[in-house]
Write a protein that binds this ligand. Structure first.
Ligand code: FES
Length: 255
């Protein structure tokens, strides 16, 4: 059967939505696969929403807003770009990064809007249906997207993303200069750590498990897993359920 991708688009009211409108009134044809959600600014898009869309069966998600420097709220599109960068890193190990895309389209670019939609639709057609809506769902991918959703809800990561520009331009709270590379490295570490902790939590939520079993499921060293479990215990999210043959079996406490 011919694959007809389901694509969700978040379009800012002032530029890209108006660009879509112009494409419509100019009778420029583009693929009908896009379902549009109008937002006032791309900076207003909660990072959990594109992940929700993918988890709920979208084959692709595109975010379109004003060109850099043209955002009607000054820096909304820069913030959106940083959030998408973070999301792409999180979903890359699940093979989903190419299903998320950001583009800048102005109100006068009706033809370009149609071209962007066509290109992205073709890209998704080449990728095929999302692995998250296959009949035989890969459990690790499902757990992965849920863990990514939980990770972006984390207030520490949100605070870091929100302050990225300020930290790089003005330094951290101790007045130390931080380069973009250093910031990206710290951000990557924080993202990966939060993602792994959420994977651990989701596994333990299903059934009490030992460190050894967790390390096998996640393909990580026992020492690495233990460090995360210790932190989750400190946060009051994980506890020792029982001891079996001298081995602690961990389970979750409700969030
Ligand atoms: S108003 Fe269009 S991206 Fe901010």
């Amino acid at each position: 059967m011919k694959f007809n991708p389901k694509i969700l688009g978040f379009l800012c009211n002032w530029c890209s939505y108006a660009g879509a409108d112009l494409a419509g009134i100019s009778r420029i044809q583009y693929p009908p696969n896009l379902r549009i959600i109008r937002v006032m600014c791309t900076g207003r898009i909660d990072p959990v929403l594109p992940l929700e869309a993918l988890a709920n069966g979208a084959d692709g998600v595109i975010i379109m807003g004003c060109h850099p420097g043209d955002c009607h709220y000054m820096t909304g599109n820069y913030e959106a770009e940083r959030k998408i960068k973070m999301l792409k890193k999180l979903i890359a190990p699940l093979g989903l990064a190419e299903r998320l895309h950001v583009e800048w389209v102005s109100a006068s670019e009706g033809a370009r809007f149609a071209e962007v939609v066509e290109n992205f639709t073709n890209q998704i057609k080449v990728l095929g249906p999302s692995p998250l809506r296959q009949e035989k769902l890969d459990l690790s991918k499902w757990e992965g997207i849920q863990a990514a959703k939980e990770a972006v809800e984390d207030f520490r990561l949100r605070a870091l993303v929100a302050r990225e520009r300020k930290i790089i331009e003005e330094g951290n709270v101790y007045g130390e200069e931080i380069s973009q590379e250093e910031f990206d490295r710290k951000m990557d570490d924080a993202l990966t750590a939060e993602y792994i902790r959420n994977r651990i939590y989701l596994i333990l939520e299903k059934e009490p498990t030992s460190i050894k079993q967790l390390s096998k499921r996640l393909n990580l060293s026992s020492k690495h897993v233990l460090d995360h479990v210790v932190l989750l215990r400190r946060r009051g999210l994980v506890t020792v359920d029982k001891i079996e043959d001298m081995t602690p079996i961990y389970s979750v406490l409700k969030r």
